[in-house]
Structure formats: structure tokens, C-alpha cells
Design a binder for this molecule. Structure first.
Ligand code: ATP
Length: 355
């Protein structure tokens, strides 16, 4: 029996609500798997922890998390809990940087036509992945502090050769697992950092002649993602562009409650719904847990064991079956199910789908 240690960081706002459903789904799938089990270890982190102890990611939590086989995270940060510089505390970003989780994977999939604000889209027609560089780019200045009486502020778009190469290789590998089309999203016509990003992309692409590539400026990418989302397979971009486009992409398939994500490095990986702590709906039981449940499937895939991969497939099929029925909708999807009711349905489908 192989036991995987999974660190669970529920975090703030709706984080604990959606993680509760993800954990129930994980336990439901676990009982149908042969020779693997999961030891779940919950640790405190986030804005709540910052208010309590002054540290949103206490050293013990970080150490435990670093030793785990994988990390499942809810959501962190609250609008009123800010550092003296004025920015929100964001231990999920600290984790990405400290564990070098450079490859942010954001799959976008339309499960039911009614979830999309776009007209005449069929289920499965929107099906792409955004690969977001997650350790540098325009987020690299986020720790800078400004002098009290500063009269200007500037953030730096940091692109390093090593950082760009590794995320491009990850994106080409992702494209090889899918339909073999990779779109680079940049702003190479205006920013020298982005021209450099494109030059490295062109070099790396020579090693993948079997993957078709295209290059699109970020403003055009926003237009095309709305106008013809079905033409994309894998998109790769820098940190901030990826942040913005993944929210836009989530909107195409039902919103943040439908957007799973993974942040992957060489040795560690964090899996979390792409949404934040959503304080506007926290504590009401209405948060959609699908993104968290699908993130758990990504975690099982990443663990790389034949049985965990089978578990990932069982979760994905269960979610697809539930969502194919247009009546199974939480509030964000225009329905009336609570988060726990949605969780119940997915779990029933997992139990049905077990051999
Ligand atoms: P962050 O900056 O921390 O990523 P954000 O500002 O992007 O957060 P979110 O917390 O992701 O904001 O919320 C954006 C909107 O999506 C809010 O209206 C929120 O209620 C909604 N939302 C987010 N997650 C869910 C969910 N799981 N179910 C339903 N609605 C959600």
C-alpha cells in the first residue's frame, strides 16, 4: 500500500467550504482505489492566520507543506487584511515563489452550454489550457515597498532565460499530451522584455517540430478567446497576462467556480481552484466546489501512480456526468444547489463510477 501525504491548506473565505467538498470527493474515490491511500494533514495559513499570529505562512506550515507529496489549497487573502505597503497578504504567491512552482496550469472546459455567456456553444467545444509562468513576469516587483512620499511607482516585467525556457518546455509537453497546438501570448510589439520572451520561445520551439505554434499579442488574445475560443489548445504566457486571461477564460465556461488550477515545479505542486476567497459569498454555503474538486483530480494525476491517475479520471467523469444535466447548477451557474448539494451529486457519481 502506497500512502501519499497531502497537505491541506483550506485558507480563508470560501476556501474551507470548497475544500471540504474536495476532501469528501477525494475520500470517496480513495475507497475504490487499489493499493493507494491518502494521509491528509491540515495546516493553518492565510489572512486569518496572519491576524492571529502575524505570519500568513508560519514556518512550521511551510516545512510540513514542503515535505508533503502534494498540496491542496483553498483560497487565501481577504480584502481588509493588508500589509503596510497596501497589498493584500498572499501566501499562495509566496508558496509559488519559494517552492519554484513555475508552471501554472489552468484548464478551461465547457461542461454544459448553459454555463457559457457565449451563444451557441456546445459542451466540450471550449477546451484549452492556459500555462501561466508563475514565478517572475510582472509579479516580480510585488515585494517592493514605496517611500512614504514617493511621486511615482514602477513595477518590473522580469523575464529570465532560465525562467522562460522551463515554462516553454512545460507548455510544449502539455501540448504534446493534447492537440499539439501551442499559442504564445505576449506583447512583443511594445515591450522589450516580451520581445525577449518571444525570441526564447522561437528557440525552444525548434525542439518540438511536431507541435504547431502561433504567436498572438495579449490584446488580440483577449479578443480571440471570446470570439473563437474553440480554436485554442494550449496557451503560454507571462505571470500577469496569465492571471488576467485565466479569469477571462473562466468566465467563458461558467465563472471562477468552474476553474481548477495547478502550480507545478520540479519537485512540488500546489492544486487550488483558480478563484480567490470570494468574501462576497463566504459563509453562505453557496460557493461552487467544482473548481476545487477538479483541482483535486489534477493533484491525483500529478502524483503519477497508475491508481491515482485512475482516481483522477473517475473524478473527472463524475463531474462531467453531473454537469451534463443542466439541472445540476449552483447559484453562480444560474441554479439553486448549495455547494454541499453539488458535492453530494459529484460524490454519488464517483460512487457509481467505481468498479
Ligand atoms: P483573487 O484576487 O484572490 O484571485 P478575485 O478578486 O479574483 O480573487 P474571487 O474571490 O475569485 O476574486 O471572486 C471573483 C468573483 O467570483 C466573486 O464575485 C465571487 O463571488 C465569484 N466566485 C469566486 N469563486 C466562486 C465559487 N467557487 N463559487 C461561486 N462564485 C465564486
Amino acid at each position: 500500500m502506497k500512502t501519499f501525504r497531502i497537505a491541506v491548506l483550506p485558507g480563508d473565505g470560501i476556501g474551507p467550504e470548497v475544500i471540504a467538498e474536495a476532501v469528501r470527493a477525494l475520500r470517496a474515490v480513495e475507497s475504490g482505489l487499489d493499493s493507494v491511500s491518502f494521509r491528509l494533514e491540515e495546516y493553518p495559513a492565510g489572512a486569518g492566520e496572519y491576524l492571529k499570529s502575524g505570519d500568513p505562512l508560519p514556518p512550521e506550515t511551510f516545512e510540513r507543506v514542503r515535505q508533503a507529496d502534494a498540496i491542496l489549497l483553498g483560497a487565501m487573502g481577504l480584502p481588509d487584511v493588508r500589509r503596510p505597503s497596501g497589498v493584500e497578504i498572499a501566501p499562495q504567491l509566496d508558496l509559488r515563489e519559494r517552492l519554484e512552482l513555475y508552471c501554472g496550469l489552468r484548464p478551461v472546459y465547457l461542461f454544459h452550454p448553459s454555463h457559457s455567456p457565449l451563444k451557441n456553444r456546445e459542451a466540450g467545444e471550449i477546451d484549452f489550457v492556459i500555462v501561466r509562468e508563475s514565478t517572475e513576469g510582472l509579479f516580480s516587483s510585488r515585494r517592493q515597498t514605496l517611500a512614504d512620499h514617493a511621486t511615482e511607482a514602477a513595477d518590473r516585467m522580469l523575464i529570465t532565460r532560465a525562467g522562460a525556457e522551463r515554462v516553454f518546455h512545460a507548455a510544449f509537453a502539455e501540448a504534446r499530451r493534447r492537440r499539439r497546438l501551442l499559442t504564445l501570448v505576449d506583447k512583443a510589439n511594445v515591450l522589450p522584455s516580451m520581445a525577449y520572451f518571444r525570441k526564447i520561445f522561437d528557440e525552444v520551439s525548434a525542439a518540438y517540430p511536431d507541435v504547431r505554434t502561433e504567436r498572438v499579442y495579449v490584446d488580440a488574445a483577449a479578443l480571440y478567446l471570446v470570439g473563437r475560443p474553440h480554436t485554442f489548445d494550449v496557451l503560454v504566457t507571462e505571470n500577469m497576462f496569465g492571471d488576467i486571461l485565466s479569469d477571462l477564460a473562466a468566465a467563458l465556461v461558467g465563472g471562477m467556480g468552474m476553474a481548477p488550477s495547478a502550480d507545478i515545479g520540479e519537485r512540488h505542486a500546489v492544486f487550488q481552484p483558480a478563484h480567490g476567497s470570494a468574501p462576497d459569498i463566504a459563509g453562505r454555503g453557496i460557493a461552487n466546489p467544482v473548481a476545487a474538486i477538479l483541482s483535486t483530480a489534477m493533484l491525483l494525476d500529478w502524483l503519477g501512480h497508475a491508481e491515482t491517475r485512475r482516481g483522477a479520471e473517475i473524478i473527472r467523469r463524475a463531474a462531467a456526468r453531473v454537469l451534463a444535466d443542466g439541472r445540476n447548477r449552483t447559484r453562480d451557474l444560474g441554479g439553486s444547489l448549495t455547494g454541499a448539494e453539488m458535492g453530494d451529486r459529484v460524490i454519488a457519481a464517483i460512487e457509481d463510477g467505481r468498479p
